[in-house]
Design a protein around this ligand. Structure first.
Ligand code: ATP
Ligand code: MG
Length: 731
């Protein structure tokens, strides 16, 4: 028993052994908040203060939940029987699955995934005679979700809408709700809303859930939103045993409706609550603590706290300014190679503001054969928008690339559906030609709209081929992205759209860069085909590449904070408004505080954006850091970056680079692999799994009975599965 309290400091112990009533543990990064939650669950159970079935612990991710459950079980030396450890969404879903009728849902209601949500919006737009290009479904769904997570409903919004814009949104939203209802479907946000409504209106269900959540524990409380707060308030009864842990300086999900006020005004929300502050940091060395502490001190909206460490010494925090993103990636890879003597690759991470930044790191690490994995997103070259753009490029180079043709002939949507494809395939089979060739001939039985669309599609490709002579490759890609309408698909300023646009820009940048190195477009596409093949996702010891948002709660020995530049951190979308700027500073703080032993921030003095090299400036957050908090290790003789100029030489002292893989003829598609039952699988396949939902196959390993698929699920993330056992359905 004493084990449960011995390895804790005094305030941690006070929190773990706290009696009844609401408790807030408010503390900075690495001070043991998550540890307190875990120990508290074990303590309550071991001392018979709680039964297993009275524990409800809410974590931010499914992965964090798994870890917490494991740790509790280790501490107890026995499994946790019953009790809930999981995310708010899982919690809500369990409530709904048990009593669907109470929520007005059919017994076997389904969960609509992003694609299905978009389809419903599209159909609604069609019904209303609206153009999805002018009213992109993604943007509409983003706005609806934002409203819902702030506590609005379709009817409350409709009543309050005064201008034509919001009236239109209210109409589309109404149709969307009707369609979900007709399909017996709920979306992700509905789960929270419906669970809340059920708890509100059904006393007996509420009372059962209240019993099950007699001890309610919430990690990362700073990122709860209005809906989640409603849920918590509804299930808190009797003793009101809520233990919330959080750090207002790590609130980074405002764009998803996170309400910092939930933690800043905790005592007002939960009268009679106790507050425990933890001040000893166990994670990081003194220099890391000093630098991150100085940074976050510049924020206004915080309760404020101090952190100290009893770790003496520690390596300086470093700042490296390189000429461009390649120099940045090289410098980082050099350091990681040196640090590999003391730390394993699994303890190293590159953290960044945007997904698009992963590209230069993926390339550099692949070149050096250093195992790495991209977390929380598909690898750059496998992202849908990048693959679409590559398919257009492939068609410019090889007019009869059928796979590329099938992929993008209807991207963006231009009314070329399955029926058209069937007709074309029939012609191709009959005439012994390719589908592209058949399409060029515009068979008479095609619907007029399909004919016009196909004609226009080929026009764009032909024009692109002509432009190859006059434009630089980077500009050609820029032109193609515009002309094809690919870029316009991501108009709007939601995080997701911005990220996708940035990815497309990164692609144009990569092509321009390759051209400057003297690589032809053909060779470039081949090199990418080879990159895709090189899948070390499953390496047990791999460097982690991830966004700052995904890194919350995690820790690594070695952390590299990439792109410490104005425009990235703070992000260009968020630097002009004080509140957003503070959130960006919190993001930087989250990043820096992931590091245990070694931390560096890097800056690329110029980046490619749309085929032109633009100069950048180091992050304004550097101003918050006194100069004695970091060591500048930048190259002294850096050339001043100029537009269109690429950095030539190698980083001084850098390790020699491995040669690039030789360009081979393109392998057009990954090979199909057959499973036990004879079903074929290949990377890129869309699939559905009973529990994890829909996803895309990233890689196939082995064959026959030993075949395993690495799948990236839209919601559950990356999993490795045996297709026959997991009963995967190909879509
Ligand atoms: P974050 O704000 O980043 O989520 P946190 O406050 O949740 O951080 P933890 O992840 O719980 O912090 O703890 C940080 C590290 O410090 C972990 O490796 C944890 O095991 C260790 N740690 C915490 N408390 C103690 C302690 N009393 N003795 C030894 N190690 C500790
Ligand atoms: Mg934590």
């Amino acid at each position: 028993m004493s084990r449960l309290t011995d390895d804790l400091n005094d305030p941690q112990r006070a929190a773990v052994t706290h009696g009844t009533g609401p408790l807030l543990v408010l503390a900075g990064a690495g001070s043991g908040k998550t540890r307190v939650l875990t120990y508290r669950i074990a303590y309550l159970l071991a001392n018979d203060k709680a039964r297993d079935t009275e524990i409800t612990a809410v974590t931010f991710t499914n992965k964090a939940a798994l870890e917490m459950r494991e740790r509790v079980e280790n501490l107890l030396g026995q499994p946790l029987r019953g009790g809930f450890v999981g995310t708010f969404h899982r919690w809500s879903l369990e409530i709904l699955r048990r009593d669907p009728e109470a929520a007005g849902l059919p017994r076997r209601f389904v969960i609509a995934d992003t694609d299905e949500q978009r389809q419903m919006i599209k159909r609604e737009l069609k019904k209303l005679g609206l153009d999805p290009k002018e009213h992109p479904p993604r943007a509409l769904l983003g706005r609806i979700s934002g409203l819902v997570n702030r506590g609005a409903s379709q009817s409350s919004f409709a009543n309050g809408s005064s201008d034509s814009q919001s009236e239109l949104l209210a109409t589309i939203w109404k149709g969307y709700e009707a369609r979900k209802k007709a399909a017996g479907a709920v979306d992700f946000d509905d789960m929270l809303v419906l669970a809340r409504d059920v708890l509100k209106s059904h006393a007996e269900i509420r009372s059962r859930i209240q019993d099950r959540a007699r001890w309610l524990l919430v990690d990362e409380f700073q990122d709860t939103n209005a809906l989640q707060m409603d849920l918590l308030e509804l299930v808190l009864a009797g003793e009101r045993n809520l233990t919330a842990v959080g750090d207002e300086d790590q609130s980074i999900y405002r764009w998803r409706g996170a309400e910092m006020d939930n933690i800043l005004a905790f005592e007002r929300h939960f009268p009679g609550s106790s507050v425990v502050k933890l001040e000893e940091n166990y994670r990081s060395t003194a220099p890391i603590l000093a630098a991150s502490g100085a940074l976050i001190a510049a924020n206004q909206r915080r309760r404020g706290k101090t952190l100290f460490t009893s770790h003496e010494g520690g390596e300086d925090v470093r700042l490296y300014i390189g000429a461009d993103e390649r120099a940045e990636a090289r410098w980082v890879a050099d350091r990681f190679q040196e640090l590999q003597r003391r730390h394993s690759l699994g303890e190293m991470a590159v953290l960044m503001r945007t997904n698009a930044q992963t590209r230069s790191f993926e390339e550099e690490l692949t070149r050096r054969h250093m195992a790495h994995r991209v977390v929380g997103g598909l690898r750059f070259w496998q992202r849908a928008e990048v693959k679409d753009a590559l398919a257009y490029l492939r068609l410019v180079i090889r007019a009869d690339d059928t796979i590329a043709f099938e992929r993008v002939v209807n991207v963006p949507t231009r009314g070329i559906g399955a029926a058209t494809i069937d007709i074309l395939r029939g012609h191709a089979d009959h005439d012994g030609t390719t589908m592209v060739e058949a399409a060029r001939r515009l068979p008479a039985e095609l619907a007029p709209r399909a004919r016009i669309s196909l004609e226009r599609f080929f026009q764009i490709l032909d024009e692109a081929r002509d432009k190859r002579a006059e434009l630089d490759p980077g500009d050609l890609v820029g032109w193609l992205l515009e002309a094809s309408g690919l870029l316009a698909m991501y108009d709007g300023d939601s995080e997701e759209k911005t990220a996708r646009r940035e990815n497309l820009q990164q692609l144009a940048a990569a092509v321009a860069e390759a051209a400057q190195r003297g690589q032809e477009l053909e060779a470039f596409l081949d090199a990418i085909a080879l990159l895709e093949e090189h899948d070390d996702d499953d390496a047990p010891e791999a460097i982690t590449l991830m966004t700052l948002h995904a890194a919350k709660g995690l820790e690594f020995d070695v952390v590299e904070l990439a792109g410490f530049e104005d425009g990235l951190l703070p992000h260009a979308n968020s630097r002009d408004e004080p509140e957003s700027l503070e959130e960006e500073r919190r993001l930087a703080y989250v990043g820096m505080t992931r590091a245990r032993r070694w931390l560096a921030m890097t800056v690329a003095r110029s980046r490619f954006l749309f085929g032109t090299r633009v100069p950048t400036r180091p992050s304004r957050f550097l101003v918050d850091l006194p100069e004695d908090r970091y060591t500048d290790v930048s190259d002294t003789a850096l050339p001043i970056p100029a537009a269109g100029l690429s950095e030539g030489g190698r980083t001084a002292g850098g390790l020699p680079r491995r040669p690039r893989p030789p360009a081979r003829r393109a392998k057009k598609a990954a090979a199909t692999v057959i499973d036990e039952t004879g079903q074929g699988w290949r990377p890129g396949d869309r699939i559905r799994h009973g529990r994890f939902g829909t996803g895309v196959v990233l890689a196939c390993q082995g064959t026959g009975p030993r075949l395993k698929l690495v799948v990236f699920f839209d919601r559950a993330g990356r999993k490795t599965l045996v297709p026959t056992i997991a009963k995967l359905e190909r879509l």
